[in-house]
Design a binder for this molecule. Structure first.
Ligand code: HEC
Ligand code: HEC
Length: 353
């Protein structure tokens, strides 16, 4: 509609200009013909100009002054522009990023506040972990049970997965769990711009890491950093408590099953069937993650060190792991979340399953 209006306006203007030009040309032709012969008197190049005194006096000075002023503008203006341009660009990028974060926050919001309820399941705007009411159907008997499914903390999500892996989770969800697909490719309601703004929001709520290396400017993603020491020692305290009260036999077993921030630090939520809704089956027998029992994992990783480095880095899409495994990017990395001692203890436990 608007386009149509402006197109017609443009046509009218063009027509007026064309008619005006034709009228001008006709008038000009006619007047030129009438004034034939007057060229010698009237031609500007034949008129007498200013005298030398006038030309080289104040007039010249005025033009020179104008030249100097313009030179000042160029000499000062260009470097000032050159100095401020990078920060202006950075500022524009930051401002854009802030807008994305705000848009993402609105999508993340609880249903009551008009969002898609990520906050409702994942523990509020801070994403510290929560749970979701869900119905589980027993594949064998067809029996349906109402359960509460743990929704892991997402304030450490980029410590476990890279951006593409998180995008995959958001677009396709986790089948058989309350985490539904959100991207249109997965059958959900969000376009790729909305998924991107959600990712910006998730970045904004990440717990900053400690011990970042030189040149690693962003503490939310610095490769050599780790989660704050107090979080790592909370994990320790919780795990040892579970050993002391007899829930688990070893520190490694306790870490494998740890229920902290809805299992964000544990292995069992993916590798033990039913763990996420409080009815754990055989530990490590596989659910979303693979079956680790019966020494299977030791066949994949004959060497303990290789298993340790796999747990630290997680799997990467299409990349080889172990002897002949191919990663899908769905096994998270724990290197920046757990300490080396914690990972070693878990691996020793897994090798004994
Ligand atoms: C109905 C509740 C519910 C809603 C709504 C929901 N999630 Fe989830 N989400 C879950 C559950 C439960 C899991 C864990 C699934 C599993 O056990 O593998 C999960 C998993 C995730 C994961 C992977 C975490 C990990 O460490 O494995 C991310 C990231 C995530 N959700 C982000 C989001 C975002 C962003 C939104 C909003 C668009 C959202 N979720 C909406 C329940 C929900
Ligand atoms: C978010 C779910 C998830 C969590 C949490 C998780 N894993 Fe996994 N794990 C997977 C998936 C999925 C695979 C299959 C490999 C792939 O798809 O890349 C896997 C593969 C593995 C393998 C290789 C098994 C094989 O036979 O190839 C080992 C070993 C393993 N995980 C151990 C662990 C340990 C130890 C932890 C806890 C520190 C853990 N996983 C936490 C999902 C998970």
């Amino acid at each position: 509609m608007l386009a149509l209006t402006s197109t017609s306006i443009a046509w009218v203007i063009l027509t007026v200009i064309l008619i005006g030009f034709v009228v001008y040309a006709v008038l000009n032709l006619r007047s030129a013909r009438e004034e034939l012969g007057s060229e010698i008197e009237l031609a500007p190049n034949r008129k007498e100009y200013y005298s030398d005194e006038v030309l080289e006096g104040r007039r010249l000075e005025r033009v020179q002054l104008l030249g100097v002023l313009l030179l000042v503008v160029v000499v000062i203006g260009l470097p000032v522009y050159w100095i401020f341009e990078p920060s202006r660009q950075a500022g524009a990028v930051d401002a854009q990023e802030e807008i994305f974060v705000e848009w993402g926050r609105r999508l993340f919001a609880p249903t009551a506040e008009g969002g898609f309820n990520c906050a409702g399941c994942h523990g509020g705007y801070a994403g510290g972990g929560g749970e979701a009411a869900w119905n589980v159907t027993d594949p064998a008997t067809g029996e349906v049970t109402a359960v509460n499914w743990k929704a892991p903390a997402v304030d450490t999500i980029f410590s476990r997965f890279d951006e593409d892996e998180v995008r995959f989770i958001l677009v396709y969800g986790r089948p058989f769990s309350p985490m539904s697909p959100w991207g249109v490719e997965g059958g959900g309601p969000m376009n790729s711009q909305q998924i991107d703004t959600l990712i910006s929001y998730l970045w904004s709520i990440q717990i900053p890491r400690e011990n970042c290396g030189v040149g690693e400017d962003d503490p939310r993603s610095c490769p050599s950093g780790n989660l704050p020491a107090d979080i790592q020692s909370d994990i320790d305290t919780r795990a040892w408590q579970l050993v002391d009260d007899g829930t688990y036999e070893s520190y490694g077993e306790a870490l494998f099953n740890l229920d902290l921030n809805s299992g964000a630090y544990s292995c069992a939520r993916c590798h033990t069937p039913g763990w996420s809704w409080g009815e754990p089956g055989v530990t490590g027998q596989g659910g979303f993650g693979w079956n680790l029992t019966g020494g299977k994992a030791n066949t994949v990783f004959p060497n303990e060190d290789e298993m340790i480095s796999f747990i630290k880095n997680g799997s990467q899409y299409g990349k080889k792991y172990g002897i002949q495994g191919q990663g899908s990017g769905r096994m998270p990395g724990f290197g920046t979340m757990l300490t080396d001692e914690q990972i070693t203890a878990i691996v020793e436990y897994v090798r004994g399953l």
